[in-house]
Write a protein that binds this ligand. Structure first.
Ligand code: X90
Length: 275
C-alpha cells in the first residue's frame, strides 16, 4: 500500500471509495459508558443516555490508535479535527514522530483542518483526487495547504450546552442559544475556533443567514457538504436554498457521526463548502 488517508471520526466518514482509508474514533463518555465513534456506535442509545446522565465528556484518539490506522502505508495523509478544540492533532503529531522513527523511509503528513465534519470531508475528498492523479506526496501536501485556504465551515446550533460543559466555548457564549427557538449561526474561524456570527429567531431565518454568509465568504459554485443531527428536513431546505441562490450541482447531505452529534446537538446543522 503506497498512499493512505486517515482521519479522526469528527470528519463523519467511516469509509471512502477508491483510496485506502481509515477513520480513527473519538470517544463520547456518558456517565460510565464509553461510546466509541466507529461503525458500531449506537447514536440513538447515546442520545438516550445523554438525556438523563450526570456527566458527559469526550476524548480524542491516543497515539497508538493513530499508529494502528497508519498500518503499513508508505505515505499517509492524516486529517484531524481543529487543534484549537481537541487534542487529536497533538496525538496524531506524536504518532507521526513514532511511526517515522520506526520506518524512516515512510512519511506522515498531518493536516490540521482547523474545522470539523463537512469541511474535513472536503479535504479528504480533495486528497483522494490528488492521490488518484498519482502526484508526489510533498506536492499533494502543498496543494492541500492551498486548498484549505478556500474551504469554510458554517454551523447553525440550537444548543451550545455540550460545547460549554466541556470548555469549548464560554458559558456566556452558550447562553446566546439558551432561549427556545433561537439558533446561533457561526463559522470555524481561521484559527479553528467557534466564531459566532449571529443569533436567529427560527430555523428559516438561520438558513437564510447561512446562505447570506456563504455569499459573503465568496462562495460561487464549488462543492458543498451538509451534515445534520436528526434534522434531515432542515438540511434539505438548506440544499434547496443554496441551489436557488447559486448555480451549484454538487451538494451532499449526511447525518453526523457520534462526535459531531454530541457537540452539534439535536437539530444542529454544519455546512462545508469550497470557494
Ligand atoms: O478531543 C475531544 O475530546 C474532542 C473535542 C471536540 C470539540 C469540538 C467539536 C465540534 C463539533 C460543533 C459545531 C461546529 C464548531 C466548529 C468549530 C471549528 C461540531
Amino acid at each position: 500500500m503506497k498512499y493512505k488517508i486517515v482521519s479522526d471520526s469528527a470528519s463523519d466518514n467511516l469509509t471512502l471509495d477508491s483510496v485506502p482509508f481509515s477513520s480513527v474514533p473519538l470517544h463520547i463518555i456518558v456517565d460510565q459508558e464509553d461510546f466509541v465513534d466507529n461503525a458500531d456506535v449506537d447514536i440513538q442509545k447515546m442520545e438516550a443516555a445523554l438525556a438523563s446522565c450526570k456527566r458527559s465528556s469526550t476524548a480524542c484518539p491516543g497515539t497508538d490508535d493513530w499508529i494502528r490506522a497508519f498500518e503499513d502505508a508508505e505515505t499517509i495523509f492524516c486529517v484531524t479535527i481543529t487543534s484549537a478544540l481537541s487534542g487529536s492533532h497533538a496525538s496524531a503529531q506524536a504518532a507521526k514522530m513514532e511511526y517515522e522513527e520506526m520506518h524512516p523511509e515512510r512519511h506522515v503528513y498531518i493536516i490540521d483542518s482547523l474545522s470539523t465534519g463537512p469541511e474535513m470531508t472536503l479535504i479528504i475528498e480533495k486528497l483522494r483526487e490528488l492521490i488518484i492523479l498519482e502526484m508526489d506526496g510533498a506536492d499533494i501536501y502543498r496543494e492541500i495547504q492551498e486548498y484549505t485556504q478556500h474551504t469554510h465551515l458554517l454551523f447553525s446550533l440550537e444548543s451550545l450546552a455540550n460545547l460549554a460543559r466541556n470548555g469549548r466555548v464560554s458559558h456566556a457564549v452558550a447562553k446566546l442559544a439558551g432561549i427556545l427557538g433561537i439558533r446561533v449561526v457561526g463559522q470555524a474561524s481561521s484559527h479553528g475556533e467557534l466564531h459566532i456570527l449571529s443569533k436567529c429567531r427560527g430555523e428559516q431565518r438561520a438558513l437564510l443567514c447561512m446562505v447570506k454568509q456563504m455569499k459573503e465568504l465568496g462562495y460561487t459554485n464549488g462543492r458543498v457538504h451538509i451534515a445534520h443531527n436528526q434534522n434531515e428536513e432542515a438540511a434539505q431546505k438548506l440544499m434547496l436554498q443554496i441551489q436557488a441562490a447559486f448555480p451549484v450541482s454538487d451538494i451532499r447531505i449526511r447525518q453526523t457521526q457520534a462526535l459531531c452529534s454530541y457537540y452539534a446537538e439535536k437539530g444542529g446543522l454544519l455546512v462545508g463548502f469550497e470557494c
